[in-house]
Design a protein around this ligand. Structure first.
Ligand code: ADP
Ligand code: MG
Length: 374
């Protein structure tokens, strides 16, 4: 049992860097929460404050209703796993995993049983006598996880634990950590800069930027209802397309002027607009690459919501083709369209792009906040 409550948590480092600003979050018992954001946004600092490795400048931190601001790390019942594994090189896997238990004078029989059990869960039973240098990256990270498991902590804190692994091992370990969470039934807080990792692992995701929480939500909601342009651009690859438009709002509906193109916005989307003044104002339309389409001849999709564009380059990914287009009359314009595997347009081709305006976002030009309600 462990819930974590962060109330108005701030961190200012000596020297004046404000790494975390007014961080508020309730982490429920047994939850898998992911902190995600670009490098330097304060993820590790927040995690280290939960662990007790970093002093909290102001605010209150509770673990199970107990205020722990001044509680020593060893008394918080927490285990932390780092990117660099932090294993003792001269100890065997068994010794590494049992180190904490031996310090606490746990009986030998019990240590052996706990290490064996953890090793079994992680599939490293055969390596217990090896030294870390004779293990692969993935195996080392399993040992680091094993060392955390044997302590039976109330909370697991993981700071970019997969960043040192190659792509294939990373995907595999992702699945294993999710399985581990199910099996252990404890609270996990996981830090990553990788949005794919966040989206595939977290039941709830905390998106951070410059020390400030932007949005706390499920993966689906982050994808479909980003609160601002930053979250919209950070989640999803290729990045969401952003179009600087002028809106025209009138009796026959809402339109967006983009270069020489006029895009009709679906009435359903118009109804979700919360801004008071739309007409003749500058806004940013966000549309994902899977919601724009190359319109072929005799193709009658999205007749009122089309953009004339020119293909810059294409990227063949095998299962699909990313088509990068520019739009005449719009400076630095770029629209990425997901074409099929056998999409055969090439650089220089003139194309028509249909926009599915049921699935767009509209951001305020200045505040960058999403003006569409859910
Ligand atoms: P993240 O883990 O998201 O990459 P960090 O929490 O490590 O970000 O860092 C947040 C900010 O705090 C950064 O600007 C970083 O340079 C700064 N920072 C981190 N650790 C220290 C420290 N020990 N002293 C001073 N500034 C630090
Ligand atoms: Mg970090």
């Amino acid at each position: 049992m462990a819930s974590i409550s962060l109330k108005n948590i701030c961190k200012t480092y000596a020297g004046g860097v404000q790494a975390v600003k007014d961080f508020n979050l309730e982490i429920h018992d047994k939850e898998f929460v992911v902190f995600v954001g670009p490098s330097g946004c304060g993820k590790s600092t927040t995690l280290r404050m939960i662990a007790g490795l970093e002093e909290i400048s102001s605010g209150d931190l509770f673990i199970d209703d107990r205020r722990v601001n001044n509680v020593e790390p060893k008394d918080r019942d927490i285990a932390m796993v780092f990117q660099n594994y932090a294993l003792y090189p001269y100890m065997t896997v068994f010794e590494n995993m049992s180190f904490g238990l031996r310090l606490r004078k746990v009986p030998k029989k019990e240590i052996e049983q706990k290490v064996k059990q953890a090793a079994k869960i992680l599939g490293i039973e055969d390596y217990l006598k090896r030294k870390p240098k004779n293990l692969s990256g993935g195996q080392r990270q399993r040992v680091a996880l094993g060392r955390a498991i044997v302590r039976e902590p109330k909370v697991f804190l993981l700071d970019e634990p997969l960043s040192n692994l190659d792509a294939k091992m990373r995907t595999q370990m992702r699945t294993e950590i999710i399985k581990l969470h199910k099996e252990l039934q404890t609270t996990f807080v996981y830090v990553t800069h990788d949005q794919t990792e966040a989206m595939t692992m977290g039941t709830r995701i905390v998106v951070m930027k410059d020390g400030v929480i932007q949005q706390v939500d499920t993966p689906d909601n982050l994808y479909d209802y980003p609160v601002n342009k930053f979250v919209a651009g950070f989640i999803g690859t290729p990045q969401m397309n952003f179009l600087d438009v002028i809106l025209e709002d009138g009796p026959d509906g809402l339109y967006a002027k983009y270069g020489r193109n006029k895009i009709k916005i679906a009435p359903e989307t118009r109804k979700r607009c919360t801004a008071e003044e739309l007409n003749q104002r500058q806004y940013v339309i966000g549309v994902r690459s899977e919601d724009v389409y190359l319109i072929g001849e005799n193709d009658d999709r999205f007749p009122d919501s089309r953009i004339n564009a020119t293909v810059k380059i294409t990227e063949k990914l095998g299962n699909e083709t990313l088509v990068y287009c520019s739009v005449e009359g719009v400076e630095n314009s770029e629209i990425v369209v997901r074409g099929g595997a056998r999409c055969n347009v090439t650089g220089g081709d003139d194309v028509k792009i249909g926009v599915d305006t049921l699935h767009i976002q509209i951001f305020d030009y200045d505040t960058e906040l999403n003006i569409l309600k859910r």
